[in-house]
Every structure is written in structure tokens, then in C-alpha cells.
Design a binder for this molecule. Structure first.
Ligand code: ATP
Ligand code: PRP
Length: 225
């Protein structure tokens, strides 16, 4: 039987996608937090889930190892989106990508003076494009996590990272000085899979899009309809 593969990342993305899958009538056969399996079945024999690192989701879908995936706009921007169809904004895992600096640092003055700034980030391509567009001179330093530590240890003057509540920045005495991107996660689809497996992929895509709309509808809208 033909099967569709949906790539998800463990943690936030998996947890926030779960209710949308449930609204589309899909339940994973196991809990990824307790299972060590990387391929999970679902209650539908024609759909399986694979668990990959968040940054690897676009790559799996681009090369067709997964037909669909859920990926943050941060990671899609960094990947470039080549070979990906991005039909649905799922409205989950919402946050912002920002430039942040130590509380006492006058970023605007440094930029005005044409200072060369050291910026640590996991989003090298996106940061490069942002600072180039603003005409800010930067040396970018690639990190894989805990970006907030970089300015506190003298590794960098500034960071490009994600902010939601602002608690992490605050706890580390940093402040956001520029917004780069409003982030939420999108459903991404391999275009060839959409053509070749249309009868499987298209209904799934529509069911998830409907689940997003239903979740946004004000309470009671269904009853009133
Ligand atoms: P890994 O654990 O593989 O290093 P990661 O830390 O990027 O990956 P998550 O923290 O689960 O994985 O983030 C996955 C996605 O969730 C990000 O790409 C981003 O789109 C979104 N995200 C990250 N941090 C937040 C946050 N604090 N609030 C809301 N959404 C977030
Ligand atoms: C993300 C991001 C920030 C934090 C911001 O990290 O990298 O550190 O969330 O959220 P806040 O503004 O609500 O504090 P995450 O929690 O995903 O941990 P990670 O470092 O493992 O990615």
C-alpha cells in the first residue's frame, strides 16, 4: 500500500502539531517522549511519522525522504525553501527572531558609528542577509544553542535568536533591539509527492488546513453556523 511520511521534530513542534493531527483524525501509535523509535505508525495505515531534528525537517522534505513536514519559518528562512511547497501556516510554535544585545549596550550608537559587530547565532544565512540589508558590518559566529551565553562571556557583542516570552533574554540581562522575522511553523510539502501521491497528500493537507481554521474560529462559531 502507498504510504505518506510526515516529518516532525520531537518536543515543541510534535506537541503543538498533535492537536491539529487529532482534529484531522490522526493519532500516533506511540509517544515519542517514551519510545526510542524514530518511525512511528499512526491509526491510519497509509500515514507514518518520522522524528528528525527540527533543522533537518526541510532537508528530509526537499529530498522526498518525507512527503510532508512541519518546520518553523526560522529554519525555512535558513534553509532557503528550495524544492519546498509551503501551503499552510499552522500558527503553532510562535515566536520572533530578533537581534539582542546586553542591557547596557547602545546598539543604535554602535551601528551609527559604523562599528564592526561580532554576532553569534545559529541562523547564519538569515542574519547575514538582515545585516547586509541594513548596512551593518558584522562578523558572524556559528553556534548551535544557548546563544544568550555568547555576549555574557565576551564571545560576541550581539546575538540573533528566537524570543517568545522574553524570559530568557531578561534572565541573562539582554534586550531585543531589532526584529528580523515573525516566526510560526508551516506545513511543508515535497512538490513531487504532491503530484505523485496526490490522493493521499492533498486530503491530508486540506484536513490540516481545516484544523487550523477551526482552531482560529471563535468559541461558539460552530454552534452558530
Ligand atoms: P534542537 O532541539 O534540535 O536543537 P531546536 O532547539 O531548534 O532544535 P525546538 O526548541 O523544539 O528545537 O524548536 C523548534 C521550533 O520551534 C523552532 O525552529 C522555532 O520555529 C520554534 N521555537 C523555538 N523556540 C521557541 C519558543 N521559545 N517559543 C515558541 N516557538 C519556539
Ligand atoms: C528558545 C530560544 C530562546 C528561548 C526563548 O530556546 O532559543 O532561548 O526559547 O523563549 P522565551 O523568550 O520564552 O524565554 P528553547 O526553549 O527552545 O531551548 P533550546 O535552547 O533548547 O532551543
Amino acid at each position: 500500500m502507498a504510504q505518506t511520511t510526515l516529518a516532525l521534530a520531537k518536543g515543541r513542534i510534535f506537541e503543538e502539531t498533535l492537536p491539529l493531527l487529532a482534529a484531522a483524525g490522526i493519532r500516533p501509535s506511540e509517544d515519542p517522549e517514551t519510545s526510542r523509535k524514530l518511525i512511528l505508525g499512526t491509526n491510519r495505515p497509509d500515514l507514518r511519522l518520522i522524528l528528525v531534528r527540527a533543522a533537518d525537517v526541510p532537508t528530509y522534505v526537499q529530498y522526498g525522504a518525507a512527503d510532508l513536514g512541519v518546520a518553523g519559518r526560522d529554519l525555512l528562512a535558513e534553509h532557503g525553501g528550495r524544492g519546498l511547497y509551503q501551503p499552510v501556516d499552522l500558527g503553532i510554535a510562535k515566536c520572533r527572531m530578533v537581534v539582542a544585545v546586553p542591557e547596557g549596550f547602545d546598539y543604535a550608537a554602535a551601528v551609527k558609528q559604523g562599528a564592526r559587530l561580532r554576532v553569534a547565532t545559529k541562523y547564519i544565512a538569515t542574519a547575514r542577509e538582515h545585516f547586509a540589508a541594513k548596512g551593518v558590518h558584522v562578523d558572524l559566529i556559528k553556534l548551535y544553542g544557548s546563544m544568550e551565553l555568547a555576549p555574557l562571556t565576551g564571545l560576541a557583542d550581539a546575538i540573533v535568536d528566537l524570543v517568545d516570552t522574553g524570559n530568557t533574554l531578561k534572565a541573562n540581562r539582554l534586550k531585543a533591539v531589532e526584529e528580523i522575522l515573525a516566526v510560526s511553523s508551516r506545513l511543508i510539502v515535497n512538490p513531487a509527492a504532491l503530484n505523485l501521491k496526490r490522493t493521499l497528500v492533498q486530503p491530508l493537507l486540506e484536513a490540516l488546513a481545516n484544523a487550523v481554521v477551526a482552531r482560529r474560529a471563535p468559541t461558539g462559531a460552530k454552534a452558530a453556523a
